[in-house]
Design a protein around this ligand. Structure first.
Ligand SMILES: C[S@@+](CC[C@H](N)C(=O)[O-])C[C@H]1O[C@@H](n2cnc3c(N)ncnc32)[C@H](O)[C@@H]1O
Length: 416
């Protein structure tokens, strides 16, 4: 357990005869924090997880010794060399069983794409770190949200939701690092990372992000969820209390455009906000000059509606002839224009798939990092040519009209 390279995770559960244990389950794993590698200790009672990060060396040794002497009856370790199980019998004997080591190409013992498991003895440490970056299915959050059973097993009917949360977190992970890097004064308990989720709905993903920041990244954070529905605030605040997250996450009732948010965020998230609500969220993030923006667009009715009444450019009529294809093309055009506009106003931007389309067709993720750089004339021109050719007026361009009007252009007529 003290081998930071070899251990993927260790889980203690159950209690030895005639002993009481303070937690239902304790989990150890190594996490890379800004201040270096730490041993993360997650202790779960019936209501919530208590997370601590302890330094390597003597501190980690003390922690492991205390846990081993703490009365737990079963230990399960996943290590680079294979699984190790320890059981303490009723008579107090310790039985240790090593499972077979794994070879490259061995079948995974969990569904592909999540969970922590060694699949290749020759793997490197960085690779394992990536594999470890998942929110464990035993996290109390999933039980509270009805995604897992009381035993921490994902319900078959909730697999898609579980998968969506995990995949989103994996796609957002590098952006969290960028948001931390953008903080000149660093992230500390006194100056936590500030995240705003615009259009948070029932907050599955907001809570997933909160727990991920806390349990996996070990980052002090404050998260504010905004939604226009009053019921969302009431319901989500209750869930936050039940999860013991009342002092980490707040919910605000209001519109994406102007809801009161206490501080300008380090990171803005907008997941499946309906139609042009995604544009509202991107524009708000730009106005905040948020260092990092992550948006998963939802339906794209606005540009689809505009395309219905326009004459396509020469040679492209077939793209919009059939309703279904026109709508798909509108999706692509809308998000291409959103990414282009973000580039024009000082963001580096990419668009990636964050979850398999089997789980949701709304699976594109716009990820933007603020650089403050002036756009290249070629980017201004490419944007202008596209909107002119299709005669469309992107909602985001209207919201950011002053920023776009101020852009330098080197050809007359190419004003945004
Ligand atoms: C499809 S749900 C997505 C919820 C959540 N982000 C998720 O991905 O599970 C969209 C949410 O955005 C909210 N919403 C839409 N337009 C909004 C606006 N202009 N201001 C605030 N909330 C808005 C809706 O009330 C709804 O709860």
């Amino acid at each position: 357990m003290l081998d930071a390279d070899g251990l993927l995770r260790a889980v203690a559960a159950g209690r030895q005869r005639n002993t009481l244990v303070p937690f239902r389950r304790v989990e150890l794993r190594y996490v890379e924090l800004r201040s270096g590698l730490h041993l993360q200790v997650s202790s779960y009672d019936d209501r919530q997880a208590h997370i601590r990060n302890v330094g390597l060396g003597a501190e980690a040794e003390r922690e492991v010794d205390t846990l081993l002497a703490g009365g737990y009856a079963n230990w399960h370790l996943e290590t680079a060399a294979g699984p190790v199980d320890i059981r303490v019998t009723k008579k107090g004997r310790w039985l240790l069983h090593r499972g077979p080591g794994r070879e490259p190409g061995d079948a995974p013992d969990r569904p592909e794409g999540w969970g922590t498991r060694p699949r290749d003895r020759t793997h490197d440490r960085a690779h394992d770190r990536v594999k470890r970056r998942r929110l464990d299915e035993s996290d109390p959050l999933f039980r509270e949200l009805g995604i897992t059973t009381d035993d921490g097993v994902v319900k078959p009917t909730r697999t898609a939701k579980f998968r969506q949360v995990q995949d989103l977190l994996a796609a957002v992970d590098p952006l969290i690092d960028k948001a931390v890097d953008a903080r000149a004064d660093g992230v500390t308990s006194e100056r936590p990372l500030q995240v705003v989720d615009l259009g948070c709905g029932n907050a599955y993903l907001t809570f997933g992000l909160v727990r991920y920041l806390e349990a996996v990244k070990g980052l002090p954070a404050r998260v504010v969820g905004v939604d226009i529905k009053p019921a969302a605030r009431a319901h989500n605040s209750e869930v936050a209390e039940r999860l013991g997250l009342g002092d980490v996450v707040d919910f605000v009732e209001g519109s994406i455009n102007d809801a009161q948010v206490p501080v300008a965020p380090d990171m803005v998230v907008a997941l499946h906000a309906c139609d042009t609500a995604t544009d509202d969220a991107l524009a708000r993030a730009v106005r905040w000059q948020a260092p990092v923006v992550v948006a998963a667009p939802c339906c794209h009715h606005d540009i689809a509606r505009q395309l219905r009444g326009v004459e396509p450019p020469d040679g492209y009529r077939l793209l919009t002839r059939h309703g279904i294809l026109r709508e798909r093309f509108a999706d692509v055009l809308t998000d291409a224009l959103r990414a282009a506009i973000l580039r024009l106003v000082g963001y580096r931007c990419d668009v990636v798939e964050f979850v398999d389309s089997r789980h949701t067709p709304r699976n594109a993720l716009i990820r933007a990092v603020r650089t403050g750089a002036a756009p290249r004339p070629a980017d201004v021109e490419a944007y202008r040519l596209l909107v002119d050719a299709w005669h469309v007026h992107p909602a985001l361009a209207a919201l950011l009209a002053p920023d776009l009007a101020a852009l330098p252009v080197d050809r007359p007529g190419l004003q945004c």
